[in-house]
Design a binder for this molecule. Sequence first.
Ligand code: ATP
Ligand code: ZN
Length: 624
Amino acid sequence: MASAAASEEAVKAAKVLMVGAGGIGCELLKTLALSGFSDIHIIDLDTIEVSNLNRQFLFRKTHVGQSKAHVARDAILKFRPNINIKSYHANVKDSEFNVDFFKQFNVVMNGLDNLDARRHVNRLCLAAEVPLVESGTTGFLGQVTVHVKGKTECYECQAKPVPKSYPVCTITSTPSKFVHCIVWAKDLLFAKLFGDKNQDNDLNVHSKDGSSSNSDVFKRDADEDLDQYARRIYDHVFGYNIEVALENEETWKNRKRPTPIYSREALPEEALKQNGTSGDCTKEHEEPSAMASLGLTNPQEIWTLADNSRVFVEAFKLFFQKREKEVGNLIFDKDDQLAVEFVSTAANIRAYSFGIPLHSLFEAKGVAGNIVHAVATTNAIIAGLIVIEAIKVLRGDYKNYRMTFCLEHPTRKMLLMPVDPFEPNKSCYVCSETPLLLDVNTKETKLREVIDKIIKSKLGMNLPLVMIGSTLVFEDGDGLEEDEAANYALNLDKVLAELPAPVINGTKLTVEDFQQELSCSINIKHREEFDEEKEPEGMVLSGWSAPVEKQVNSNGANKSAASSSSAHDSVEDISSKPGMKRKLDEISETKENCGASTSAQVVEDDDDLTMLDEDPKLKKKRSL
Ligand SMILES: Nc1ncnc2c1ncn2[C@@H]1O[C@H](COP(=O)(O)OP(=O)(O)OP(=O)(O)O)[C@@H](O)[C@H]1O
Ligand SMILES: [Zn+2]
């Protein structure tokens, strides 16, 4: 009784922050309000989409387009009018949410869907010394973990799995699964035609007629109409490029040879006539859709090669007719109908060529967006567990903190597996002061590369500052004097050894992020040789465990992976945690059962499927 009263008191007095008002967030806000919490702040940057409505039950159709944070607050205030809920329609990485902002809370709870934001909140919680309850769901799998500075590991003490990658030559030359065709269509063809022209791309840009051998076939000729342009690209990527690939007999000795496909065969004149309707059928106010404009209605149907080809050409044309301003800046987004149509049909035409079974648009979208459908019940269970841990945190009941894993199959009749939290990792660069080590060629590598590939990308810093001894060589962010900014810009393009304070073997860099109040040291080791295959970045960061790769199953979706909603939530590979194996064995009946839980993986960013250079020797000839 005393204990229940103590919990009630702790809950009543608490001021809490929730980050994310999506699948988990809606459940969490409801559970917090019903559990007696009366001072709740919510941050979410997003607006409500139709696809959220099936599980984000605080939202209704009329709310589509409105702020998730505000609508969630209003929905709860309807049945708990006397509590205080403050909503922020904003990115948690915005500068207003600094350490002082975080300090006002007794506990922070995450219902996020990406690694970047999770890492950022982890750092602010550490700096503000506020406990963090972290969570994630992926279909039937889920987890809740507690992170209290000095008592438990922080969110970043253990490396997180990184996206599954594929060898470049599998993608460019020898696809054997549908997912390979999707990666090709998304990361190469779509990126080449509609994305940033300056990005590296492995598509063969040379056409067969020698006259234009140095120019880029993907560029539209001045006198070319859209239809001709679409057909020329079609013939190049599905016809000519396959013929070039077939010339390399070695490649096909033990593989099925692909068939080149040309538009005049796949897309006969009659089909083309039905095609040229782009624009007319799509109403101005509606999102352009090639399938709608062609009268195709069922995205769950597997289309013939001819229909895939018609949709491909139509989608291609619609991008130039209706969305020309975006061409050159587009990044594939699973919620962009036209992009999904283009990528799915391109992948299907390529799959046809390589004898790989075709997929419906619906299935292809799932593979391209790495979608595992959200299970509302998992979100509800996880939200309940977050509140249980938050109450323990508020009561300072640290002996009873648990990380809890929600499993897909029962293990010893348990679907929820509680485990003692781990101690902080003494070599974690985020919550300990252990320096990192960077092997780098200081005579060839520019400061810009270290900042982009290491400090921003690997260390997740938002607005970094770099010091060598007492010399400041780079600082990011607003409010810099003009001459300072110009100076830093100059430094970015200098190689490390030529910076105002030269970086050589044995130099110690200090990198800081003021907003995250994170500072870490990087000891430099000069090295001239890097293995192109294993160390493609030409730099190696060590001193904390490197990320592990996610598993991807045969249809390309992550084994445990995400949903359309909590799509990119995380469930960690608990077998990779030190000390965990023993504990798991104690509570698991069989290794197989244990495997069911250990196949769970983190799913983070949107861009889940990437390519990897397999063999540097192939680099020169890897384009089709
Ligand atoms: N940096 C951030 N700042 C604030 N909110 C964020 C940030 N990153 C993600 N979020 C929010 O976290 C929530 C995660 O919810 P959820 O996983 O259910 O995703 P969703 O976007 O609602 O669904 P789906 O991904 O299927 O479209 C989203 O509402 C998203 O806007
Ligand atoms: Zn840590």
